[in-house]
Every structure is written in C-alpha cells, then in structure tokens.
Design a protein around this ligand. Structure first.
Ligand code: NAD
Length: 348
C-alpha cells in the first residue's frame, strides 16, 4: 500500500510518519511537505534512510504539482495533516490559512478523485482536524462528534471549511473518507510558538513567560505520540464516512498548566521551587479567544479500543526532558524568522 502523508515534517506529522514507517515496513510512506517555518526534516533524521520512506518537497496549494505526484505515484491512501496551524498567525494573515487549509485540501481531494476514478474499494482519504472547529464551551459540557460547528478564529474557520469539503466529497462523489478532531497536542518537536514549548524555552532562559489574559482559558491536552496511535487506530479500524473525536480527558486552565510546568522545570534544572513561577507575565488576551475546550473521546475509546498511554504529568516530564536534551533543535528553530515573529507578537 502506498500512503501519502501530508505535513509529515511538522509536529504531529513527524510522529505519524515515524509510527507508520517503523510499524508497517510493508507500506510505502510518502511524506509531502512544503517545509514552511513549521516543517523541519530534523524531526525525521532517524528514519530518513528507511527503504519504505520517501520525502517529496512541495506545496499542496500548487494544483498542477499535486495532480502530477498523484499521477506518478498512484497513492492508495492519504493521511492529510499539512496545514497552517497557529491561531495567532491566522489573526495576522488569514489568507495563508484559506490557501493552504481550504484550497490545499480541495486540491488533494480533486487529485484523489481523478486518480481513483470511482474505483474506491481499497482507498481512503483521512483528514486530520482539530476540536477548535466546535467553538467554545462554558464551564460544563464536552464536544461530541455531533456538536455543531461554530469556529471563531480564522484558523478554526479554515479547518472547519476543509472538514466540510472532505465530507462533501464523500457525500457527493463517494470518496471514502474519515475525519478526526483532536484536542491540543504537546510533546517533542513542537514548534516554540505554541504555549508549552514556548514556556519551556523561556523558563530555561529565564525570560518572561507570556500568558494570555488571566490564564483562565481551559484546554484538553494530549501527548503527541498518543495522537499518532489514535490516527493509526482510525486509519485501520475506523468506519468509512465517520468522525472520531480524540482527546486526553485532561483539562487544564492555562495558568495551572504553566505553574505545573514551572515547578517541573525548577526540579529538572535544580532551581529553588518557585523560581520559574516569577517569570509568569500576563499579556493582552488573544482576540476572539475561546474560553474552554473539552472533548468526549468515548467513541474512539469504546469502538476502536484506543486510549492515551501516559498521564499528563508523565507526558509533560518526557517533553521537558526532550527539550533539555535537544538544545540544537531548539536553537535551529528559534533563529531567523522566529525572532521577528516573537518580537511582533509579544513585545508590541
Ligand atoms: P505544524 O504547523 O507543526 O505542521 C504543519 C506541517 O505542514 C509543516 O511541516 C508544514 O511545512 C506543512 N505545510 C504547511 N503548509 C503547507 C503546504 N501549503 N503544502 C505542504 N505542506 C505544508 O502543525 P501540527 O501541529 O503538526 O498540526 C498538523 C495537523 O493536525 C494540522 O492539520 C492541524 O490542524 C491538526 N491538529 C493540530 C493540533 C495541535 O495541537 N497541534 C491539534 C489537533 C489537530
């Protein structure tokens, strides 16, 4: 089986590529990635020489190129992760999100439809999405697979749109699709514009740790390797046409999470307890910031037998260890463009 994984050089994609390349040596895995600021082939150094792995550099927005690689390689299945993924960047440049997340997804759907020519017996288009499409919750309740879409940021609106297109191609043309909507991921290889790796980097360097508003926003967190195993379960065992919510049953207020991270870092770095908490700095809240996300994962747990393998405390400790053991990775990704992005975002 030839599987095209898009966005495989990114945070989640690299863990999915590694899992599929190593667990299924009989599959040919093609990783298509544009290598934007968020894509990094260093994430895949350990598997790049495997005989069942091929990297293709390219842009999913480029329709001619996408049609060509489908014609050339005749992929059997697609696992689509390539996206512009950062909410703050979507507020400053929404059109980049429309192009990659909406147009790029449609280009892939069209190429799959053209290549598979109505013979869908062994085909699958699996679209990886986010719980942010559901909007925000109050103090109680959880997102289920039936929750109505209500996106609030340009990022979540673009992902919601792409989810709708994927389902529309299933309903209209019969393309076999699956969609999963996952909560916030954390773990190794996470680009340090996102809350947890940004805080780890700043705490390590004794720099202020920015927290939006009063840190009251609540998110559910899942260790990235557990998201990869969930994608494996949905890919192999999920029902065609179905949606699966994926989460860690692990809700944290941002401020409580940052305090836990500060204490974990103090312990790992041999600092006196309380040192890092002094770095916490509240900054102007993000526009349209959703208050609370919580995800009901009972469908994937009950129907596909998936569950997270680590607790949040274990996953966070593993994550901190990884960043402390990989200073070169962090140094590479925080040089250049990252510096100007950071200045603009937090030092306004
Ligand atoms: P990421 O930003 O780390 O990686 C995205 C990857 O896509 C990068 O390697 C980038 O180079 C590539 N890419 C971007 N634009 C491209 C284009 N036009 N053509 C080809 N490649 C392109 O993102 P991530 O956090 O790994 O997220 C992966 C997917 O999972 C996204 O679809 C995202 O919406 C979804 N998701 C993320 C989270 C999360 O917490 N990070 C949670 C749920 C769902």
């Amino acid at each position: 089986m030839k599987i095209l994984i898009t966005g495989g050089a990114g945070f989640i994609g690299s863990h999915v590529v590694r899992l599929f390349v190593t667990k299924y040596p009989e599959y040919q895995i093609f990783n298509l990635d544009k290598l934007t600021y968020a894509g990094n082939l260093e994430n895949l150094k350990d598997i790049e020489d495997k005989p069942n792995y091929t990297f293709i550099k390219g842009d999913i927005v480029d329709e001619t190129f996408i049609n060509e690689i489908f014609r050339e390689n005749q992929f059997d299945s697609v696992i689509h992760l390539a996206a512009e993924s950062h909410v703050d960047r979507s507020i400053t440049d929404p059109m980049a999100f429309v192009k990659t997340n909406v147009l790029g997804t449609c280009n892939l759907l069209n190429a799959a439809r053209e290549t598979w020519k109505n013979d869908y017996s062994t085909r699958l288009f699996y679209h990886v999405s986010t719980d942010e499409v559901y909007g925000t919750l109050g103090e109680t309740g959880m997102f289920t697979e039936e929750t109505k879409y209500d996106p609030h940021s340009p990022y979540s609106a673009s992902k919601a749109s792409s989810d709708h297109f994927v389902r529309a191609y299933h309903d209209t043309y019969g393309i076999p699709v699956k969609v999963s909507n996952c909560s916030n991921n954390y773990g190794p290889n996470h680009f340090p514009e996102k809350l947890i790796p940004l805080a780890i980097n700043n705490i390590q360097n004794m720099k202020p740790v920015p927290v939006y508003g009063k840190g009251e926003n609540v998110r559910d967190w899942l260790y990235v390797k557990d998201h990869a195993t969930a994608i494996d379960a949905v890919f192999h065992k999920g029902k065609i046409g179905d949606t699966y919510n994926i989460g860690g049953v692990n809700e944290w207020k941002n401020i409580d999470l940052i305090r836990l991270l500060c204490d974990t870092m103090d312990e790992k770095l041999g600092r006196e307890k309380g040192t890092s908490q002094k770095l916490i700095t509240f900054v102007t809240d993000r526009a349209g910031h959703d208050l609370r996300y919580a995800i009901d994962s009972s469908k994937i747990m009950n129907e596909l037998g998936w569950k997270p393998s680590v607790t949040f405390e274990e996953g966070l400790a593993k994550t901190v260890d990884w960043y402390l053991e990989n200073p070169e990775w962090l140094k590479h990704v925080t040089s250049g463009e990252y510096q100007s992005y950071y200045q603009e975002q937090y030092n306004r």
